[in-house]
Design a protein around this ligand. Structure first.
Ligand SMILES: [Mn+2]
Length: 369
């Protein structure tokens, strides 16, 4: 072992990545794969710590390789210390050689590859059998490590602060795009590397659009305003939605708000290890259906959150799968009434051994600015 200093957090990270590789090999064994090719750049980061626009990982039972081109090979050697780094612009030509050397026959690849990549693979890896895999790495990514949890908490804290600042910025006359830009800039100003998806700002009747894109429409007195936004902090996403009112809120919109808030709180309250995915959805849907707005809650209750802003798990209404510790998931019921408006409240939840920790903390009570 060399004598250069390595911090405890670096050791923890490295151990974590080695554990991930062990999990990959365990899954390879279950599926009788001799090797697996990883092309999804976020999955490459997850396994190796390497972040770039070009890279391919090959994992065999004996070794792990990271193939990238000359723009990235220095960075790759620095971070992916447990990988053999191969500098090339023809990853699959090199992979063919490595597979031949290890006498590999059945090779998994990720089904998210483009058709062009698939054709290249087929022609350059002609000597082996290729087998498509679905969510091979994403399955592992569902359970977050302590450092991933800490990073996502920072991303959530940035969103919280941006929202609190936004409440002082919004007034009649400001346009939806101005509001979106304010949030985007604020999150970057607070240390985010970017936004995790195009910021949604939907005001007035447009708030009935669950994913209304921000337009040049000015905010009017009496408008309902829904903002759905998030950032990337050190590669990890946050995702939060709040609805508020400007000037005044009609009795019906106030009623809808209270129903959504109650439904959203109910989901948080029941969240704990062992709750079925179906019951996670049901906690909100029961309340919204009983209030007569069942048809107006037209989407799922939430999704996983991590390197991607939307990742597995999702929560099909009939799923018997169960929540486990260290999942990070969203809780986002909504009610949308055409020609009136809509309300959605979304938080990011960490499932803990005891129950749940709400990572997004911006106010959820009805706000009239
Ligand atoms: Mn979401």
């Amino acid at each position: 072992m060399s004598s250069f200093k390595i911090s405890l957090s670096e050791i923890a990270e490295r151990n974590c990545r080695m554990t991930r590789l062990s999990s990959v090999r365990a899954r390879m064994q279950v599926e009788a794969l001799d090797a697996v090719i990883i092309t999804n750049l976020k999955n490459i980061y997850y396994l190796s710590g390497f972040w770039g626009t070009a890279g391919t990982i090959l994992v065999t039972q004996k070794a792990q390789y990271l193939l990238t081109d000359s723009r990235y090979s220095i960075a790759a050697r620095e971070v992916a210390v447990d990988f053999d780094i191969v500098e090339t612009r023809e990853a699959f030509v090199e992979i063919a050689k490595l597979l031949k050397k290890e006498a590999v026959s059945l090779v998994g690849f990720e089904d998210g590859v483009t058709y062009a990549e698939f054709q290249t693979m087929q022609s350059q890896l002609a000597g082996v059998t290729l087998k498509a895999t679905t969510n091979f790495i994403e399955v592992l990514r569902q359970i977050k490590s302590p450092s991933e949890i800490a990073t996502i908490k920072k991303a959530c804290a940035i969103s919280d602060q941006a929202f609190n600042d936004l409440l002082k910025f919004v007034e009649p006359g400001k346009t939806e795009i101005e509001i979106a830009n304010f949030l985007d800039f604020k999150m970057r100003d607070l240390g985010a590397s970017g936004i995790s998806f195009d910021t949604i700002v939907a005001s007035g009747k447009r708030s009935a659009l669950p994913h209304g894109r921000a337009t040049h429409k000015p905010i009017d007195f009496g408008d309902t305003v829904t903002v759905d936004f998030g950032c990337y902090y050190d590669h990890y996403a946050s995702d939060m939605t709040r609805t508020f009112f400007v000037g005044e809120a009609s009795p019906q919109m106030q009623e809808i708000y209270q129903i959504v808030q109650k439904a959203q709180q109910a989901v948080t309250d029941v969240s704990a290890p062992d709750l079925t995915f179906g019951d996670y959805d049901r906690a909100a849907r029961d309340i919204i259906e009983t209030a007569g707005y069942g048809q107006a809650f037209s989407h799922g209750i939430g999704h996983g959150l991590g390197l991607d802003v939307h990742e597995i798990p999702y929560f099909p209404k009939t799923s018997q799968e169960r929540l486990v510790e260290n999942l990070i998931i969203t809780n986002e019921p909504g009610i949308y009434v055409e020609n009136l408006g809509g309300v959605r409240i979304e938080d990011d939840l960490l499932i803990t051994s005891q129950g749940v920790e709400v990572l997004t903390k911006a106010p959820r009570e009805l706000i009239i600015l």
